[in-house]
Design a protein around this ligand. Sequence first.
Ligand SMILES: [Fe+2]
Length: 278
Amino acid sequence: MALTDFARELVEQAFHPLQPEGAQFDLPVEQFVDIVSPLKPRFIHHPKTMALLRALLADIGEDMDRTYFDLPRMRVATTGGYLTAGVAYVLHPHRDIWYASPPSQLNWWLPLFPFEAESSFAFHPRYWNEPVPNSSADYNHYEWNKVGRAQAAKEVKSDTRKQPKATVPLQLEPDVRVVCPPGGLLLFSGAHLHSTVPNTSGRSRFSIDFRTAHHDDLERVGGAPAIDRACTGTTLFELKRASDLQPVPPEIIKLYDPAPPADGEGLVFKAAATSGGM
Ligand SMILES: [Fe+2]
């Protein structure tokens, strides 16, 4: 609750005097982007965000010495197709593991305002253990960090970043949409096929999310089925240990990428926008 309260306060400050969920009706889309673009990094890199996130992990009973987490993201899903690119990218069906996440990754997703099935995101459980032909072979995580995110703030009308996508038609229904109040959270495997639902609720939806991985799962390369991924690179350089913010040990990273770029380019993102989100 403290984490979502803090995030919501930042959103409200940024849109003041407008009410964030309805601000899109009073703002030209370019101005909306100008508000959201700096809001995201402000939340992501705020020291209070990190403190509250770690407090949440401790509160929920994580083993802080064996849990790694990344910085949280903030998402906005506007209603009625107002803004669907860049800072409000509408995520096509994907698995986070197509974006170089480890198969043991858990996703934590928290709403900032009450929301409903018409403004949520959907799981497509049929594909949990059924491979989906996709373009993840074209995705390199370090290239994404160098190029993709820098572009996100510029994308207003369309999104040209190369994202891993299914290359065949999918059966997306029946889907599963889980709704919880602010202060609740959805915790799910990064290997689940999921997608943003076109928001028809009449209100912008604001949410935050972050990822964790457990040391023991990483060490044994365990986790969910990784049945259809061909991406390169790994997100593990971006994770920090919950107890003391130490990085994932190199001997573990080697299991996921034996030869990361020697110059260190793109290992860690500088300004986050979207990747494998919801
Ligand atoms: Fe995702």
